[in-house]
Design a protein around this ligand. Sequence first.
Ligand SMILES: [Zn+2]
Length: 283
Amino acid sequence: MKTLQECIKEAGEKGVAIGHFNVSDSEGFRAVVDSAKELGVPVIIGVSEKERSFLGVAEIRALVTVEKDKGQLVFLNADHTYSVEASMEAVDNHFDSVIIDGAEKPFFENIMMTKEVVKYTKEKYPDMIVEGELGFIGTGSMLRDEIPDGVSEETQTTVEDAKTFVHETCVDLFAPSVGNVHGLVKGGEPKLNIARIKAIAEAVSVPLVLHGASGNTDEDVSAAIDAGIRIVHINTELRQAYKKGIEKGMSSDELAPYKFMAEGVEEMKKIVTQKLKVFNKLS
Ligand SMILES: [Zn+2]
């Protein structure tokens, strides 16, 4: 079976991006994996610190392993991990990739903590992928009235900082702040800075990751992929779809969870399928 590293390389050759979707339970997992299976594309399952503590690390790993054993290209990412210790724990738990998120920390502190996680990871599992974050884009996959405090055009990642960060830390993947925000902004998402994505992609030697892509238009995301994005993260839109589906299921007199929960899975599948088509340039 291909590794995540190989799938990312292949995405680069094809000029497409791999979808990364967060899940909190087995229903979310089912929706993401079945959608990817139907389209025949690789997919990354993301679990943040809170999502993995709700779902259970052993449980989500077991779900992923079952799919991998069937030859399905499903990978598991320890999404936004805010401390060195928790990142090391994710490495020990043998995720396919881990995100050490020091974006809220001062630049050099972020570099130091990211470097430490890279060193620990590569000594233990040389093939495991480490992603670093630079430039604050807000935390939490939620509905927002406005762009979160501390996120503006001025705080977007510069090409120079990106170069220094990637060079110093030796990360495998890099997530910059380029007009993207975590969560969904009710009044409309800011536009992605495509020129900046392109400039950073040309300046650094590693693939780029776009976080907080919920709410961004298909055109904007496609342009970001053309500019060099190789992984796109979606969470908030998936959560909205899940809730909408379950509410629909609950509004009937149905008592069987496998019936009313199934509505949530169906709604999530619509979102995942639509996004995967955009990311993988499928019609
Ligand atoms: Zn994110």
